[in-house]
Design a protein around this ligand. Structure first.
Ligand SMILES: [Zn+2]
Length: 254
């Protein structure tokens, strides 16, 4: 609108000049056309980047970015609608959401190209399965110890269908810290993010995540967010806080 006004002024001015003596005064012309040029600059669009994490995607059930930890639980009834059988080397029948499965397949193939064989050990677990597992651990180890490595029902990331526990023959197909030092564990640590996964429970961050170091537990976040998390060296909780999403500390929830 402003630009149109500018042009109208210019037109009237030109007509006026011609009417007078047929000569356009260069200096006057310049002054008259300046407002139109300035308006064009102001009207340029400012494109803002959409952040990878927002309160909406972090706290909505079923999103790839959803935060699940002892302070943020999934509902008892949540079950992903797109679970598929993990048709890869595995120690048992296990399922993942389809997007995470496709990414895991890529990760396993990349390992294979390096002469390494990863095994899927445990993917999706329902609320009820987690409840049974947790109660068994409490029975065997006592609650305090069980809480260090097993999630209370609803607070397990496995219920998202976006997590796989992985192992290798060199780690006796088990889930223990010794997996880190195996060639397969090294590969996972250094490459999982390229396929959209991160090692979720980092060393020395037990107070923040609520879990001890688990080099075998990889969570799917998609390539872009996984790369950011990997580069930052932060846990997901720390990364969210850095992106102005304030959280209830895990320690208060236990
Ligand atoms: Zn796990």
């Amino acid at each position: 609108m402003k630009k149109m006004i500018g042009l109208s002024v210019l037109t009237i001015f030109l007509v006026g000049c011609t009417g007078n003596n047929g000569i356009i005064n260069k200096d006057d012309h310049k002054v008259t056309s300046t407002p139109a040029e300035t308006n064009e600059q102001v009207e340029e669009e400012v494109v803002e980047e959409t952040p990878l994490v927002t309160e909406e995607n972090v706290f909505t059930e079923g999103t790839i970015e959803q935060l699940v930890n002892p302070a943020y639980a999934l509902s008892e009834t949540y079950e992903p609608s797109d679970l598929v059988l993990v048709d890869l080397l595995s120690t048992q029948e296990t399922y993942l959401r389809s997007e995470a499965y496709e990414a895991l397949k890529e990760l396993f193939e990349a390992a294979n190209e390096e002469g390494l064989q990863l095994y899927a050990v445990s993917g999706y677990r329902s609320y009820a399965m987690q409840e049974t597992l947790y109660n068994n651990y409490v029975y065997q180890h006592g609650q305090e110890e069980a809480d260090r490595f097993s999630a209370k029902p609803g607070t397990s990331e496995h219920q998202t269908g976006l997590v796989m526990d992985v192992s290798s023959e060199s780690a006796w197909f088990g889930l223990s810290e010794s997996f880190e030092a195996t060639p397969e564990g090294e590969f996972v640590k250094n490459n999982a993010h390229k396929y959209g996964f991160v090692v979720r429970y980092l060393k020395g961050k037990e107070d923040i995540t609520g879990y001890m170091y688990e080099p075998w537990h990889i969570r799917y976040f998609g390539k872009e967010l996984a790369q950011e998390l990997y580069d930052s060296g932060l846990t997901y909780e720390e990364y969210l806080e850095n992106n102005n999403i304030s959280l209830t500390p895990v320690s208060q929830a236990k």
